[in-house]
Write a protein that binds this ligand. Sequence first.
Ligand code: GLN
Length: 486
Amino acid sequence: MSDLNQNTLTQIANLIKTKKISSLEVTKFFIENIEKAKKLNSFITTCFEKSLKDAKNFDKKKNYKGLLPGIPLAVKDLFCTKNIKTTAGSKILENFIPAYESSVTNNLWSEGAIILGKLNCDEFAMGSSNETSYFGNTINPIGKSLVPGGSSGGSASALAANLTPATIGTDTGGSIRQPASFTGTVGLKPTYGLCSRWGIVAFASSLDQAGPMTKNVEDCALLLEAMSGYDPKDSTSINKKKEQYSKNLKENVKGLKIGIPKEYRIDNMPKEIDNIWNKGIDILKKSGATIVNISLPHTNYALPTYYIVAPAEASSNLARYDGVKYGYRSKKGKNLIEMYENTRGEGFGREVKRRVLIGTYVLSSGYYDAYYLKAQKVRKLIKNDFDESFKKVDAILTPSTPSSAFKFGEKTNDPISMYLNDIFTVPVNLAGIPAISIPGGVDSRGYPMGLQLIAKALDEQTILNIALTMEKAINFKNSINRWWEN
Ligand code: GLN
């Protein structure tokens, strides 16, 4: 069998298109990789019988035109997949089999892709390390003791270990970009409304966005093109023509103005992150960009604002899990109220309960104005900061995360230090704008660290093009020795 471990999504798509390899061969290759990688625990569900059947059917097609011809893909277990178990990493949905397909995954299958399975994630996408999943920790292929980041930790782990040629995640406060940064991969959070939220298990509806996670920028453009698009079933979906991110992808930095926000130089930031950021700035200068120092004055308030808005929306979204309509139901309790209480008490994990409590508190009468309403006002100020900056610059460059991958257990007893992971990513979600994380380099231990490029709404092409230029200059290579296969 051919060795596809070095191949990108785009390359595999071309191999299948030109009939150098069949979809069935590719699918078998990835199934074999997945079977040898049980130690990583990146999958919650696999559906190999279906994968093989779909691949055989694909191989019978003639002159296939889709963007993802016969490509096997695994997806985060937050996307509802028809007749395939969808758990959101929670006990409360342990046996939930949706009767419908999410619009984003549907777009992938319409472009020719084939499902391999569902990837582990933090429970209801709440977390930064994948440690809140009911289905156990997912391991970072970079090292046995390292978290893959979260909440799309299973996606990042599977991608870095080459158990899927590319994948998709969701990003409410950083859940695509932070795990991408921790695993030396590329992840893009699109403009709010670019990818449909229909059929994605909801966490915080005004922030949730699906996006691509890939080995390089070229693949990222291709997958974004495949998954995005207007969807009348999502009232917040943007009604506009589909972009051709792949076709329009070109190195393009010359003459652009890139903003460097001073507020992102935080106290106690590891020197190595600063160095990688400076290296990124140098690359941009050498490629003909003008560097502009900018200020995003409300950055400091982004984290507290996020941790009011997101839990508030979560507490409302998660009210539907009551043991009546679907999902887990406790057998204990003497009446309906007790059944509700026991179902939620037994079905949700600690982090989810913490969010529901915070969310209910900030929305309760007497506290609503002081917390929730105030947070909404600050959210507007954060968005205004970006709007002002984008009058002066074409894109903004920052680090993706304040550290590289940390160890299991290191932050589980201290929620605040866990939440601090999101310091560079949440402002973008609050403002509804796009951002991409690409590998910037490694720290002294050899752990990857990402650089983040941010653009104004619907300007994904600009950051993809800048990222392409930077990727060439950085020439990052992940040194993963496939230790889990032994
Ligand atoms: N780490 C953040 C949180 O726990 C972000 C999660 C996400 O983007 N889904 O809320």
